[in-house]
Design a protein. Sequence first.
Length: 179
Amino acid sequence: MVEPTGNNYEDTGQPSGRGEPAPLRWLSRAEAVVGGLLLTTIFALMLLQAAQRYLPTGGWVWTGELARFSLVWLTFAMSGYLLGRDAHVTLKLIDHVTTGLARRLVWIFANVTVAVVCLNLAYEAFELVGSPSRQTSPALGLPVGYFYVIPLVGLLLTTVRSVVAVFAPAPVSKEEPSA
């Protein structure tokens, strides 16, 4: 049996989700579904591109373009999900050196910094979505502004997750003894 440690992490090191409010759990599920769909899209398009090499017909250029856009969308769509699970790319050196209040202040500073940066990037993405442009993607022919919608949403969700993380307790690392 797993003893309660005061955090949302079990022996796997992954958040159990039981301590999260219901809207954040639903948001996590939605983000995971979108990430899975984008990953499946990338896989299917890459498989289609590989199959096209052996077909007598010409290749479809749009498959590569959509796969590249999907990879960028996957990055932005999953950033909030990863931040919410404390699974994003971080430098944990400070977590191993500091304890107590110093660690909490670093945690707050890091999340406030992420929130400010994501909010600024979301503003720029909003400007790109809303600005009239005649530019279209080469193969798909879609207006370029449409391609910034998913990064805009992903950046806004990452901002929300960062703000929530400022007020939520910081996750306890596996090396840290529980109180």
